[in-house]
Design a protein around this ligand. Structure first.
Ligand code: URA
Length: 423
């Protein structure tokens, strides 16, 4: 079948069969089907959608375009977590060692940040020496010895997604549920895990701004994982305000270290524990995650993982030149601490990248963020800005002005977990 016939079939709303999807993805990955035909198919999928069966076949074809790690080659029960990305979401960093300390194995392949949402790899690289590019042998050895390893996507994992994602980015076809689902799941299911917990973010700082979209994405991810024989659960969690009190790479690692000591902000520590409990439940490991967090076992795992990755925690994390408190204009209750605006402020400071090729500054960002519902006195900091003086001050002030609102009347704190979607 010619590629244009497959495009035509999807354009007209018919269901593609597994062979057609496979032929198209394989052809594009090998360079036999040109980018313009792949772009046309992506746009047809954007408008016509895909059935759960088509989405699963697309995921499988993309996953099998590259290396698929055999779960049998990794010791123990394997479980991972994926977040669709949000502001201040540093949860993977304490979560992987916590779950490993509870007795499961966590082979975690993470991403870099783009736009206002930071990536786990960028955060980990604020630890001096930490290498995200372990060889496959080093990755397996770290999993065997420590029980968790957090690395970047290698060129061999889901190359079809790499090519397709680059096209989607420039053809306005990113926000399509089947394309997002197949992109995320083809990478996550190639890493040799038995089970996966998904944290689908909903709100101003997330990809999905409303409940209907977040639910559709969560359901698509769960259905596809289940169709591929994995145990999957999705949580829909709030991203109207940042998670925790720190946004920015080294600042978030500091908060992750607090969580690993059983301390840290209630929301980011609580979500770490909830996700850990869900992960352990999926693979049938009985352990008290809360105890493992407070007795130092999770922290010890993290130290061992960092050492295995060449990192040196004792060398300290980078610190920005200036720490500038942002005073509350009047006393009252925090009514808004907008994730999107705070993410934009962190990006302006240099904590994120607007293009994949941009360099990031690990030291800068925002800390000591007040949360919705908290009371502030006049002049008390709403947050602290960590700057190396490279930002456009007018734009930064505008983003921070948009970020906060203070109310005279008490404000209910935001609920963190909206929904749980099981397979
Ligand atoms: N993250 C991905 O990996 N792919 C998408 O399509 C969207 C978010």
């Amino acid at each position: 079948m010619l590629p244009q016939w497959i495009i035509e079939k999807k354009r007209d709303g018919a269901e593609l069969d597994a062979g057609e999807i496979r032929a198209f993805i394989d052809g594009h990955t090998k360079g036999e089907i040109p980018d313009y035909q792949m772009s046309a198919l992506a746009m047809a999928i954007y408008f016509q959608g895909m059935t759960p069966r088509e989405t699963a076949d697309l995921t499988l074809a993309m996953m099998e375009s590259g290396k698929v790690i055999d779960p049998e080659s990794i010791r123990g029960v394997k479980v991972d977590k994926h977040s669709t990305g949000g502001i201040g979401d540093k949860i993977s960093i304490p979560l992987a060692p916590l779950v490993a300390a509870c007795g499961a194995t966590v082979p975690m392949i993470s991403g870099r940040g783009l736009g206002i949402t930071g990536g786990t790899l960028d955060k980990l690289e604020s630890i001096p020496g930490y290498r995200v590019d372990l060889s496959e042998e080093e990755f397996f050895a770290t999993l065997d010895e420590v029980g968790c390893s957090m690395i970047g996507q290698t060129a061999e994992i889901a190359p079809a997604d790499k090519k397709l994602y680059a096209l989607r980015d420039v053809t306005a076809t990113v926000p399509s549920i089947p394309l997002i689902v197949s992109s995320i799941m083809s990478k996550k299911l190639a890493e040799g895990t038995d089970a996966l917990v998904l944290d689908v973010k909903r709100g101003s700082g997330a990809f999905m701004k409303n409940s209907a979209d977040a639910r559709a994405l969560a359901q698509g991810l769960v259905d596809t994982g289940v169709a591929m024989g994995k145990k999957v659960v999705a949580l829909i969690t709030n991203m109207d305000q940042p998670l925790g009190r720190a946004v920015g790479n080294a600042l978030e690692v500091r908060e992750a270290l607090e969580i690993l000591r059983g301390e840290g902000p209630a929301d980011s520590r609580g979500l770490t524990l909830t996700l850990a409990e869900r992960m352990l439940e999926l693979v049938g490991v009985k352990a008290n995650a809360s105890t493992v967090l407070t007795n130092g076992a999770a922290f010890a795992k993290f130290e061992r993982m960092v050492a295995r990755h060449g990192g040196d925690l004792a060398a300290g994390l980078p610190v920005a030149e200036h720490q500038i408190p942002l005073p509350a204009p009047r006393p009252g209750y925090i009514a808004k601490a907008d994730a999107e605006a705070i993410g934009r402020a962190a990006l302006l400071l240099g904590a994120g990248r607007a293009k994949t090729t941009d360099a990031i500054d690990h030291a800068v960002g925002i800390s000591d963020l007040k949360k919705v519902g908290e009371f502030v006195e006049q002049g008390e900091p709403l947050c602290v800005i960590h700057s190396n003086g490279r930002e456009n001050e007018t734009q930064l002030r505008a983003a921070l002005d948009r970020a906060f609102a203070v109310s005279d009347a008490p404000v209910e704190p935001k609920e963190l977990i909206h929904e749980i979607i099981t397979g």
